[in-house]
Design a protein. Sequence first.
Lengths: 392, 541
Amino acid sequence: MFGWTRVSSLTNPPEAASGRLPPRGAPAADGLSPTRAGTGGKAGAGEPERGVSASPGARAWQRFRRNRLGFGSLLLFTALVLVSLLAEVVSNDRPLVVKYEGSYYVPMLKDYPEKTFGGDFETATDYLDPFIRSKLSTGSNWAVYAPNPYGPKTLNYFAKEPNPSRPTRDNWLGTDDRGRDLLAQLLYGFRVSVLFAFALTFTGVVLGVLSGAVQGYFGGKTDLAFQRFMEIWGSMPELYLLIIFSAVFAPSISLLLVLLSLFGWLGLSDYVRAEFLRNRQLDYVRAARAMGLSSWQVITRHVLPNSMTPVVTFLPFRMSAAILALTSLDFLGLGVPPGTPSLGELLSQGKNSIDAWWISLSTFVVLVTTLLLLTFMGDALRDALDPRKSQE
Amino acid sequence: MSAVPLLQVQDLRVSFAGKEVVCGIDFSVAAGEKLALVGESGSGKTVTALSLLGLVQGARSAGQAFFAARPDESKDMPAQDLLALSERDLRGIRGRDIAMIFQEPMTALNPLFSVGEQIAEVLQLKQGLSPAQAQEAAVGLLADTGIPEPARRARAYPHQLSGGQRQRAMIAMALACQPRLLLADEPTTALDVSLRVQILELLSTLQKRNGMAVLLITHDLNLVRHFADRIAVMENGLIVEQGKVADVFANPQHPYTRKLMDSEPVRDVIENPPVGDGPPVAQARELIVSYPVKLPGLKGWFKQGEFVAVQGASFSLPKGQTLGVVGESGSGKSTLALALLGLQPSKGELRLSGRAWSADVAANKALRRSVQVVFQDPFSSLSPRMTVEEIVGEGLRVHQPGLSIAQRQLRVLQALDDVGMSQVQFPRLLQRYPHEFSGGQRQRLAIARALMVEPDLLVLDEPTSALDVTVQKQVLQLLQKLQRERGLSYLLITHDVAVIRAMAHQVLVMKDGEILESGPMAQVLAAPQHPYTQLLVGQLN
C-alpha cells in the first residue's frame, strides 16, 4: 500500500517551498548601491555577461541550467518521453515499410490481408510468421522492421522458450507470462504512465490554481466557504471511491483521470491561496488597484505571475506522484483496463511469478529511473526558484 | 584614554565571491570612545562590523584587527588579531569583550524565550552564574535600561514588548557581561522617531558608566552629531574621511562627506499656488476608517469587532499644495491614504475634486485616474515580473486603451524622461526589469507610473524613508519640480519632520488614529501646541 500513501501525498509534496518572491531579494541586494545610482542601471544586473535585461523567469532558467544533475535529468527524461512517443517506430510487430513485388506498403499505419503478401487467408498479416518473413525478403522484396519487432500486445508464438521467457536474442528483456515482449511492454507502459501523469498534473494545476486564486484574492467569506468545502472534500475516502467506481463503471483511463483529478488539486490550491494572500497585500497590487484595473486584470497580470513559484516547483513532484499513483492502482488491479500495457500490471506479474526475475527487475529499474529523474529535476527547480540560493 | 587603542583595524578587506565590498580600511577605537561609522547602504559599514566578530558568512576577510587584551588578566598580553583567531577563541570574545546590537530587535531576539531567560542565558554562559543569580542579574540589567517594572518585563516574551522596550532588552543583553566594545548597527533605525533619542541617550549613559567603547554604525548624521566623539565616513568600501565629529561637521574635506552633510532636504515649493475655481482636490470631513477585527472567544463566532484606524479626520487640500501627515507607525496615516485611494471603505465625507468614491467599481474608474499613489518600499511596489514598459504603461492600457503600441511607448518614454530616466542612461530601458534598478531609481519608476494617467492628486506614502539620504534629497527635488510644473497636489505621509519642513504647505499630526493638530506648516512646526507635536518637532533640533 506504500504507493497509496503517495497518491494522497501527490498533492502535498515533501517540502514546502518558501513563500518568498523569487526575484525580489537577490539582485536587489547586490550592487544596487544608490551611490552608483546615477551612473547606470547596469551596475545592478545580476548577470553581467548579458547586456540585455533578463526576465526573472529567464534568470531562474539560467540557474536551473547550471545545475548539471537537474538539467541532465531533464534532457534524459525528455529523450525518454520522445522515444516513448515514437514507440510505434521503435517497437512494433509490423514492418515500417514494405516493398513487395514492385509496390510499397506501410503496414505500420494500415492493415493488409495476408493475401497481399502471398499468404492464404484474408485475415490481417502476422509479420512475425516465418513464412511471411521469407516472402518479404525474397528477390527484390524488402521490409524495414522496427528495432524491436514486437508491439505491446504481440504474443510471440514462435518463442523458443516457454512463457515467461528469460531474456533471449529474440526478446531482449524476455517475455511476460503471456508471451508478450517485455521491452515493448515497458516502452508502451512508460508512455501511458507519463501521458497520464501529464494529464493529471495539468488538470490538478488548472483546478488548483483556479480555486487557490479565488480564495486568496477575494479572501473573507469566499475563502472561508471554500476552505470548509475543501476540508469536507478532502476527507472523502478516495481509495474506496475508486474501488466502488471501478466496480460500477467499466475501468478506463479517462475514468481514472477524472477520479484522481477530483482530488488532485487540493494541496496545490492551498499553496496558491497562501501566495495570493501574501501577494495581494503587496504595494504593486495596491498600486494596480489604485490604477483602476479590474479584479481579473489584477489577478492575471500582477498576482498570478508572481504566485507561480510553488506551482512550478512542484510540477516534477506532482508528475512522479501521479506516475506512482497510476502504478499502484494498476498493481491493485483498479487501474487501466486489462490488456493496456502498464508498469503496475507488470509489477503485479512479477509478484505472481517471482522466478521470472527479469519482469520485476526491469520494471523496477524503469520505475525507479523515472521517479529519480523527476526528483532530481524537482530539486534543481526548487533551487533555481529559491530566492535565497539565487544570490550566487 | 590609554595610548594603546582598544581596537586597531589595519587594511581590512572583505570580499564575497571575489567581489570586494570593504577595500582596505584603517581605523581605531580607543577605550571609552564613541566612533561613528557613517555611510549609505551598500558602503560596507555593517560588513566591517560583522567581520570583526567573524560573523559574515561566505566572506573572505584579510588584514588585521588588533583588539587589546583585558587589562585585569595579564598586563603584558599582546593585543590579539581578531581576524586571525579561531572560531572557538572568537566565541569567547563575542559577548564578553565585544557585544553587538542590531537594527531590528524583533528578529534578533528568540521569540520562544522570555527576554529575562535570554539575558540570563548569556550571564550563565559567559560569567558562570547560577540560574537564580543570573535571573536576578537580568532583572537588574533591564532596570538599568530604564524599562518600567523590570521584574515583570523579564518574564515577557519579545512579542509582548513594544519596539523601544525590545531594543532596551537587546541593549541589556549586550551589556550583560560589561563588554569593552559595543558594536551598534543602526540601533535606532527601526524605532519611531520619539524613541530614537531616548535610546541613544540610554546608550550614552550606559557607555559613560561602564567606560565602554562604542562603534556606532548609522546613516543618520543627526544621531552622529549628538552621540559620537569621532566619525569615519565610508563610501564604496573605503573610509574617505575620519576625524573629530566637531571638526568634520564644521569643515568637511571630502566631496562625499560634503554631499552627505548637504543632504538635508531643501524647501523649494510655490508657497501660494493659484487656486482654481473648482472644489478642492481632496476634502474630508469627519472621515472615519475602521477595520473589522475578530473578537476573542465564542463571541467572535457571531459578530465582528471593529478597530477604528482613523477617527474623524477633516482636511481640505487645494490644488498645487502639499498636505503633510506626520505620525508614528500605527497612527493610522497609511490607512488614511488607502481610504483616499478608495481601496479601504470609509465613513463620513470624502470628496476628490467634488466627487466621492462609490461602491460601483465601474463608476470609480474615472475617479481612479485623478488620484494615484507612490508607496514607501520601492522593492515591493513594482511587480518583479513586468518590464519597465509594462509597469509604467499600465495606466494607459486601462484608461486609454485606444492607443497604439508605438504611441504608448512614446508616452512611457516621455513619462520616464520627466522623472529623470532616459534611454541614453539606460539602454533598452523599456525592456528592463525592476531588479536592475536601485531604490531611488525604482521610486522614480513608481512616480512615472503614477504620473502616466495625469492625476490631480498624488498620495505619497513615506516615499523616501526607504532611501539613502542623498537619494532622498534627489527624489524630493523631483517631486517639488513636478509639483511646480504641473500643479499637482500631494498628500505626503511621513514620520520625518525634515521632509515635512521641505515639502508641506499644511500639516496634520496624527497619533492613534486621531488628528492632534493641524494647520499651516510654518505655524505647526514653529509653535507646536500639542505636547506630542512638540516632542516630534523637538527631535530635529
